[in-house]
Design a protein around this ligand. Structure first.
Ligand code: MIC
Ligand code: SF4
Length: 641
């Protein structure tokens, strides 16, 4: 039986377990990346492990999220990250050098290698044939220390691409179609492998757009083969020697398959407030647009922005639209500046933003009240833009540029001939904004500002758990609901006592106060709880507030792993309908918790308020049970040592 590409790469990196979907496996990690918003915690955790120098082949620390610097906090964090990187053998991509995923694809990604990143869009690296996975900062810290990464062996979904994209239809429309078909939880427990004759027609940046937004499927990651197209891209990046040919065997088998005819796709958008509410632009019609934003790790490559520049050249942004553009990397930015395209964008009236995440994470450019904003980003969760009643539509750069010109949602095919952009044979290569680690680490002093507070440590799991339900929520709760980002809260990422006051702020303003006062508590949720970001603050801050267990109908992968890492028990209702047996404010009891955990498949929960009982499933591996009992991975690692 032939192997698919995922099986090949995972086999080559397998340290523990067998490749049987649903079973726990451990894999060796070749490369890691962090970004500043999750990186400060990851490096504090790495320091706590006492390993002097990273043991990976390559670790890179990027600064791209917190670049607004409206107070001292961000700059303090940047300085900490720069010095800690120099000391421990990590390369440091300075602020201004671009968005982690875009820069990593351009300068560091290697086909066939594994990459673990403390950001959920790390799967962007799948565009170049890597198994690139997003995880919590603590898991990345462990990988930097040479430890394996534990995950549930995923099923492999083969998406067979046939045909070729029509003019004005773009890679974003491909991933939007996959989201329409599979939904935001359709990828949980799965890796998506793209295969078939249509693959060869897609460039590396196009493939990266598709694997990037695979995160929104809840998938573990997504991957493309490494072929002649990959080789040409690496050659143009001056890295041809990093290329290897990689792909599935001709008779490869997949646990699930799906065929997408690229020729049949048309320009589409994801409608408010979920990335899987996908409709064609024609279906939505010419709704009035107030803001257009082009950028983010999904759609900010050289070819994306050249196409936008081609559309805007010689024209003017519509009088009632604000257009913002953030190039994905310094390479992209500088190439646009040198070839004149930046001039075309400026002349058209675009507001040029720094090369960073910016508005994608709510760092500025919040739209007006009730606005419609069309963005080339990957998430349109309610409130993420900073304006609670705004409606965010996710689209390709072509659709976004068309709306910027007309002031209404517009099918770009109405603009006439498509803009042809050729992939450069040689990108502009200048890595001076990536600092090498120090030659003499002992001489480096790690600088910490007052915003960097020590890591809070959890208590071991109690014998019995008796606590109130501090909050009950519905389906598809995102990490943006649990631990909001944005310009006011993001700067507090290194300060858990301060950031924890904002947990669930947009959902329930008094949550933090009530949790803290109660001392310990439960959260109850519906399906796909914790989808979205890899931010471990969505576990760490609730832990700090005393949350001991979260009971849901189902969890998103990274968030569940983060809960375990910080010693919060993730439980699912054995019978989903039992969610009706719990109301906010009820007191729940799990007797003999610590004795039963890891022994019985289900635990009985008694609702002391109503007298009813119901069963929940922990579904933990023996290793995870030990982590939970210890009160989290850091305590567990210390115990092991
Ligand atoms: C995001 O897109 O939500 C982020 C900000 O990049 C997060 C990481 C974070 O919360 O710091 C992610 O996707 O993991
Ligand atoms: Fe940055 Fe947005 Fe990408 Fe997250 S999704 S890494 S915030 S650009």
């Amino acid at each position: 039986m032939g192997k698919n590409l995922v099986q090949k790469i995972l086999t080559a990196h397998l340290i523990e377990g067998e490749l049987i979907p649903g079973k726990e496996i451990a894999i060796r990690i070749d490369q890691t990346l962090t970004q500043d918003a999750t990186g400060t915690m990851a490096y504090l955790q790495f320091e706590a492990m006492g390993v002097p120098r990273v043991k990976t082949e390559l670790s890179v620390s990027y600064v791209d999220h917190n670049t607004l610097q409206s107070g001292f906090e961000n700059a303090d964090d940047h300085r900490f990250l720069q010095t800690v990187a120099a000391k421990h053998g990590i390369r440091f991509s300075r602020p201004g050098n671009g968005i982690c995923h875009q820069v990593h694809l351009e300068r560091f990604g290697v086909p066939g290698k594994t990459l673990l990143g403390s950001d959920s869009h790390t799967p962007t690296g799948g565009g170049i044939g890597m198994i690139a996975i997003g995880a919590g900062g603590l898991d990345v810290a462990v990988a930097m220390g040479g430890g394996p990464f534990y995950l549930t062996c995923p099923k492999v979904v083969g998406i067979n691409l046939v045909g070729k994209l029509s003019p004005w239809v773009s890679a974003k429309d491909v991933i939007l179609e996959v989201l329409r078909l599979l939904s935001v939880k359709g990828g949980v427990g799965k890796i998506v492998e793209y295969c078939g004759p249509g693959v060869a027609s897609l460039s590396v940046p196009e493939r990266a757009t598709i694997t990037n937004m695979g995160a929104e499927l809840g998938a573990t990651t997504s991957v493309f083969p490494s072929d002649e197209v990959t080789k040409a891209f690496l050659k143009a990046q001056g890295r041809e020697d990093a290329w290897v040919k990689l792909g599935p065997d001709a008779d490869a088998v997949y646990e699930e398959t799906l065929t997408i005819d690229l020729s049949a796709l048309e320009p589409a958008v994801a409608c408010p407030h979920m990335p899987d509410i996908v409709k064609t632009v024609r279906e939505v019609g010419p709704i009035k647009v107030d803001q257009v934003l082009i950028g983010s790790c999904t759609n900010s490559s050289y070819t994306d922005l050249m196409r936008v520049a081609g559309i805007l050249k010689g024209k003017t942004v519509h009088p009632t639209v604000s257009l913002g553009i953030a190039p994905g990397s310094r390479q992209v930015f500088e190439m646009l500046a040198r070839n004149g395209a930046l001039g075309d964008l400026i002349a058209a009236g675009a507001r040029i933003l720094e090369s960073a995440c910016g508005p994608c994470i709510g760092m500025g450019q919040s739209p007006n009240s009730g606005a419609v904003s069309v963005r080339t980003f990957n998430r349109n969760f309610e409130g993420r833009s900073g304006t609670k009643d705004a409606s965010i539509y996710l689209s390709s750069p072509e659709v976004a540029a068309a709306a910027a010109l007309t002031g209404v949602l517009t099918d770009p095919r109405e603009l006439g001939d498509a803009i042809d952009v050729v992939m450069p044979e040689q990108f502009l290569i200048d890595d001076r904004m990536v600092l090498e680690p120090a030659a003499d680490p002992a001489a480096v002093e790690v600088l910490r500002g007052p915003n960097i507070k020590p890591l809070p440590i959890n208590q071991p799991l109690p014998e019995c758990l008796q606590a109130g339900v501090i909050l009950k929520v519905g389906d598809n709760i995102t990490t943006d609901h649990i631990m909001p980002a944005g310009a006011k809260i993001l700067p507090l990422r290194s300060n858990i006592p301060a950031i924890s006051q904002h947990v669930f702020a947009g959902v329930d303003a008094t949550f933090a106060e009530r949790a803290k006062a109660a001392g310990q508590g439960f959260i109850v949720g519906g399906q796909n709880y914790g989808q979205g970001s890899s931010r471990e603050h969505a576990a760490l801050a609730p832990m700090y507030l005393g949350i001991k267990a979260v009971i849901t109908q189902s969890f998103a992968r990274i968030h569940r792993a983060n809960l375990i890492n910080f010693g919060i028990l993730p439980l699912t209702f054995a019978d989903e309908a039992d969610i009706a047996k719990v109301s906010q404010g009820d007191c729940l009891e799990i007797a003999d918790l610590s004795a039963k955990l890891g022994v019985s498949e289900t635990l009985e929960v008694r609702n002391a308020t109503t007298g009813e009982t119901f069963l929940v499933r922990p579904d933990l591996t023996p290793r995870q049970v030990a982590i939970i009992k210890a009160g989290g991975l850091l305590n567990y690692t210390r115990e092991q040592a």
